[in-house]
Design a binder for this molecule. Structure first.
Ligand code: ZN
Length: 365
């Protein structure tokens, strides 16, 4: 007997569902896009209709444009999408990655051979993050997991420890009359860095790409310290004692250099990168920063394995990053069925995407 045609399958347009006419995180404009989160490697402009978790609707609108048709669905609420091929039942569940990020639970109501429950997790993280809802394991038969950091070398320290190190570094720089700069991807990582800053140390300035999303975070009720856009008359207060949070693409720009502390106070500037990739300091473009803080919005190796186990799924699809390694481990050590889901994006793309700040660029690691 032929195995049933899977409910979700990778196509050159993204992950297609056999019924309901929908794609999960399409890479090209599609009539119906079910979007896990607003990073550019998961959400593209020009789709007919978008479905997303309600918590992420604000940032998705900011990125997809005012005219986008966005259907915001509360976490855990089931809804259906139907077309001539059949009907799918879907729901969103928190993924702990960035504001509004979701796993998508899908099963066919009619029209499909495959009656299993699928969960497409998008990007997810399992450690505490005050800027979004915590990851919730969802029981399923088939779990599609990312593996951006799917190697045993990746093990994150508790986030509170990393935030304390960032504050210590800032305090030391401010004491020496130096401006502190943390490079962080504009959607998600930047706000997470901000949430951990001790505003009693000094004033906090942000780049426009970060500032443009702060309204959505405020609307979603995420508490962040007071910030100013690091331009014009705000610059004087920031120089020599402030903290600047900016996308990595601002590295070496005249704007950034203009925020250095004056020579009289000691002067200059110290830069740092906040990223999971700082766990492996070889990457050339980041050698120029003075410090690295290992802060990731993706699950580390133990987090991936724990998440996989908690779904109870017998079949695991692995995508993004070290997918072969994680799939092999899951198959050989855990005894589960595991397969690789090809993606247009490679781990290297992911790392590069993180260094860009334009709304059309990819997801921060
Ligand atoms: Zn992402």
């Amino acid at each position: 007997m032929m195995p049933p045609k899977p409910l979700l399958r990778p196509t050159d347009r993204g992950l297609a569902c056999a019924v309901g006419g929908l794609l999960v995180d399409p890479w090209q404009p599609a009539p119906v896009a079910v979007v896990t989160h607003a990073h550019a490697d998961h959400a593209c402009r020009g789709c007919g209709r978008y479905y997303c978790a309600a918590a992420g609707a604000g940032v998705l609108r900011t990125r997809m444009g005012a005219d986008a048709e966005i259907h915001a669905i509360e976490y855990g609420t089931r809804f259906t999408l139907a077309d001539e091929s059949g009907e799918a039942e879907l729901s969103f569940h928190p993924a702990g990655h960035v504001l509004g990020s979701a796993q998508v639970r899908i099963r066919a109501m009619r029209g499909a051979q495959d009656d299993r429950v699928w969960v497409a997790s998008g990007d997810y993280a399992t450690l505490p993050n005050p800027t979004c809802d915590a990851f919730e394991p969802v029981a399923c038969d088939v779990f599609l997991t990312e593996s951006t950091f799917g190697l045993p070398i990746y093990r994150w320290r508790p986030p509170a420890e990393v935030h304390a190190r960032i504050n210590d570094w800032w305090r030391e720089n401010a004491g020496a009359g130096r401006t502190s700069v943390v490079f962080a991807y504009g959607l998600g990582k930047a706000q997470r860095v901000l949430a951990g800053l001790d505003a009693s140390i000094g004033p906090i300035g942000v780049h426009g790409a970060v500032d443009g999303l702060l309204g959505d975070y405020a609307d979603a009720g995420v508490a962040l310290p007071e910030t100013v856009r690091a331009v014009g008359e705000h610059k004087a207060a920031l120089k020599g004692r402030g903290m600047i949070v900016a996308p990595p693409s601002t590295m070496g720009t005249p704007w950034l250099r203009s925020l250095a502390g004056g020579r009289r106070e000691g002067g200059g500037m110290r830069t740092a990168m906040a990223s999971g990739w700082m766990a492996v300091r070889g990457r050339r473009r980041w050698r120029s920063v003075d410090a690295g803080f290992v802060l990731s919005d993706h699950a580390d190796w133990p987090g991936l394995l724990d998440a996989i186990e908690r779904t109870g799924a017998r079949s695991i699809g692995v995508t993004h990053g070290s997918s072969e390694a994680l799939a092999r481990y899951v198959r050989e050590v855990r005894g589960l069925d595991a397969f690789v889901v090809p993606t247009r994006y490679t781990a290297e793309d992911d790392a590069n995407a993180e260094s860009d700040d334009t709304p059309d660029d990819g997801g921060g690691a």
